[in-house]
Write a protein that binds this ligand. Structure first.
Ligand SMILES: *Cc1c(COP(=O)(O)O)cnc(C)c1O
Length: 407
């Protein structure tokens, strides 16, 4: 029998001894969660506005998710893609019926979903008489994952560094700058890939003109427009897909993070000709689309779509930005460059080199979990079930932290 540790400090000490040190962790071992709150082993309660990095869309221990897991324990967890399973079918049906897409291909993570899109784009070009096309244009400061192809697709040197030689076939353009994308176009390009709202890149929503311009450019050249909605899909922006806020329809779109409420799952959604490209033998995965992950995805999407969670994300996002704006304007007008977001992915860009001091004070003084991304952008990606009460607590925590820092 394993003897479990008794305190937060013991878990952290053992973690530092045994876990590979590739992640920088806060000194908090999370024992359990409830709604928008998590608890450590010592019984401390934290308000969770990181939500497992935009994964826990329904919050922790949602009753529908608990029931779904119980059912799975008594039915089946895995059966392979030699067979059909109803949760996969129902999840795909929910996505198709609530989007512009015709088909859904499952994967196990965000990176893997984007790999799927990249492979799809290359084969699409070959299928359509353009064997010379293989380049995917992506954006600077994007984030598409950590596998070799997706880290190369990621437009950040810090993500490429140490891993050369990188796979060929990626070029980078300026986000929200159509001319910069056009400057990268030539006969070798098979697709354009972008996040409609850059997440890791500092919570930067695309402009409507930019996404519309990309759509027109892709139509004109006969290449694919692919969106990465790993972070901002699954209800995060107040719509099932972020691009639904823009009225721009991509050919393919990836999902992951919140789709499975914490169990790994990803998806490539595709429409039209792009929904016919990956034929048997060209792509697949042992685990992808299994009954466990798909039952959770089906339940997650059902609750999000049919119980007002996506709508709550839209309304609470507006409340968050309004209230945060008022407090910052009043108390810290010089500390902040911009407050921006869409639904419940929100960011505060600071006039400071780093947001980490605010993150640390929110944690220590207010027991509020937020994070800092792209150097100096405070990021808020809470469960989509949060109410005004929780938002008020977070705004006060940020306000108090900035006051203490003299910002
Ligand atoms: C998190 C993220 C990924 C990578 O997802 P993993 O599940 O960590 O592989 C890719 N793209 C975006 C936009 C993300 O936010």
């Amino acid at each position: 029998m394993i003897e479990l540790y008794k305190t937060n400090a013991e878990v952290i000490a053992a973690g530092d001894k045994y876990l590979y040190g590739n992640h920088v962790r806060m000194p908090l071992s999370i024992e359990r969660g409830e709604g928008a709150y998590v608890f450590d082993k010592d019984g401390n309660k934290y308000l969770d506005f990181i939500g497992g990095i935009a994964v826990n869309g329904l919050g922790h221990c949602h009753p529908a998710i608990k029931k779904c897991l119980e059912e799975r324990a008594n039915t089946i967890l895995h059966c392979s893609n030699y067979f059909y399973n109803e949760p996969a079918v129902q999840t795909a049906k929910l996505i198709v019926e609530n989007s512009c897409f015709d088909k859904v291909l499952f994967a196990n993570s965000g990176a893997e979903s984007n790999e799927g899109q990249i492979k799809l784009a290359r084969k699409y070009a070959k299928d359509h008489g353009h064997p010379e096309r293989f380049v995917v244009i992506t954006m600077k400061n994007s984030f598409h994952g950590r596998t070799l192809a997706t880290c190369t697709a990621t437009g950040q040197y810090g993500v490429h560094r140490y891993f050369e030689p990188l796979p060929t076939g990626f070029r980078y353009a300026e986000f929200n700058n159509l001319d910069s994308v056009k400057a990268q176009m030539d006969e070798y390009v098979c697709a354009i890939l972008t996040e409609p709202v850059q997440g890791e890149g500092g919570v930067r929503p695309a402009s409507k003109e930019f996404l519309q311009g990309l759509r027109e450019l892709c139509d004109e050249k006969g290449i694919l427009l692919m969106f990465d909605e790993v972070q901002v899909g699954s209800g995060r922006t107040g719509k099932l897909f972020a691009h639904q806020n823009y009225g721009v329809e991509p050919d393919t779109c990836s999902m992951a993070k919140a789709l499975g409420s914490g169990v790994p799952i990803g998806a490539v959604c595709a429409r039209g000709e792009a929904a016919k490209t990956l034929t048997p033998g060209t792509h697949g995965s042992t685990f992808a689309g299994g009954p466990l992950a798909c039952a959770l995805a089906m339940t997650t999407l059902d609750v999000m779509i049919n119980e007002g969670v996506i709508e709550n994300s839209r309304v609470m996002g507006e409340y968050f930005r309004e209230q945060m704006h008022a407090v910052i304007e009043k108390n810290h007008p010089k500390a902040v460059k911009e407050i921006r977001g869409l639904g419940l992915i929100d960011g505060i860009e600071l006039n400071q080199p780093s947001g980490q001091p605010v993150v640390d004070l929110c944690f220590k003084d207010s027991k509020v979990l937020i994070n800092n991304t792209a150097g100096n952008v405070l990021r808020f990606v809470p469960p989509l079930i949060v109410g005004k009460e929780e938002i008020d607590i977070v705004i006060k925590a940020v306000d108090d932290a900035m006051t203490k820092l003299g910002w």
